[in-house]
Design a binder for this molecule. Sequence first.
Ligand code: ACM
Length: 522
Amino acid sequence: MNTQRIKLLAFFILFTGMITAQKNTISKPAIIPQPTEVKWKEGSFQLPERAVICYNEGAKQSAAWLQQLLSNTYVESYSMTGSNCMGFSLELNEDLQDKLGNEGYELEITKNTVFLKAATDTGLFYAVQTLRQMFPSEIEKRQINDPIKLPQVKITDSPRFEWRGSMIDIARSFFGPEYLKKHLDRMALYKLNKLHLHLTDDQGWRIEMKSKPKLTELGGKSAVKNGRSGFLTQEEYKELQEYAKARNITIIPEIDMPGHIYAALMAYPELNCEEFSNLEPRLATPPQLYHEYTVGWSKLCLEKPEIYDFVSEIIAELSEITTGEYIHIGGDEIDDERYEEFVVKADSIVRENGKTTIGWEEVTQAPVNLDFISQRWNGKTESVVDVRIIESICTNFYFDHANVPGQEKTNNWCQERGVSLDDAYNFNPDNPNVIGVEAPIWSELITSDDMADNRLWPRTIATAEIGWTPQESKDFSNFKERLGQHGDRLDYLDVKFFKSPDVEWNLEEGEGVFSGFMPENE
Ligand code: ACM
């Protein structure tokens, strides 16, 4: 062999070796939110054609979630109690409470077995969600028949905050059970655990109240201009809560009072003052419907004692059908000398019904009970109570605002340029009273499912990471890289997300065209 040939052969061997090495190295999956501690190991675990998922007492539900995940692969799996596992082991162990808390988990992938451990069923559910993000993204849509290799790893993870929320205003434009269930599915993937529904406002009343049927008979008919009307029946509401609970999500119902309440004032005109002096400026007169955008012009007639019968009846009925521990009473954007008296009474009515009261930050001008939770949105309130806080400051969390400056059909009243992905990600809640974060979308300008997707995603994923990941582990460039990797997963899940221009999106084949703005016929 001459030198030339030897060189060529050596090159060939080296080159094919490189290719083989590349094939054997599986890239590290992008996990969002970033777990507290991840130790990647050498080697992988190839999913076998047949697997046994074994689980101990209490872990059955999570075993079912795991089995559902595997049903979209070539793996034939069955689950059983015990420890004779072939592939997957779920262990619920209360002794791990000190280490992992109520929502934490451990996930270890070795050569032959995936171990999921937690002190609670919720923790195991989150271990399954992390594992889900290690599977090829196609799993979200179709069966995978090619061999699946998972990297060996040990993850120990628990959230920074107990409150990781999303809010949808279904009062201005109605979003029904179908969309809300999709939203819950997507939230679960990112370990979000609270869905706040803004159920009532001037333009509509969206929850059936059997004691006050006209609220939805009339208030269910209207919506903001071009928005959708409708309401949730109590059956639908109950089913939605069950659906959420199975995904470890609590639904928070909000009845906004004493302002933002024209829909109720229209349905029950006796809640108004004489000559409608509580409607100022009077933008509509009962029984007229209201379809416009202006806020801050309606309120219950706070000098009439009868309004408390209404409030008591509504809160009692809502508490009866609500499985979660919270009732949100709104309380925003109102000026009335009897305001403080109202919120103190409304707070005590909620507590008499066995629930914890939440309200927008203005409520803390009143001496409410110290169990109260304040939702901070504009940061202007001088609070007289030291209570727990949910951070929803509008400069960072109002996702009805533009994704990028100038985006059509977005709000800009809180921040002219909108709320960028950077704004959404780089908020650090540093007040010790903060129990978590929640990102709302107000639906005055959001009138379709696709528009809602565009405003919610991917910024809601940034909220999920703020809520879960320790501040010191957050890194915006690294987040953007991981987020980009989730592009095709979001596509497979049919999320019509905004393709943030500063993210390199890995998209489903044929989808790789940047479309920064939604088409105008949205
Ligand atoms: C609000 O944005 N008025 C809570």
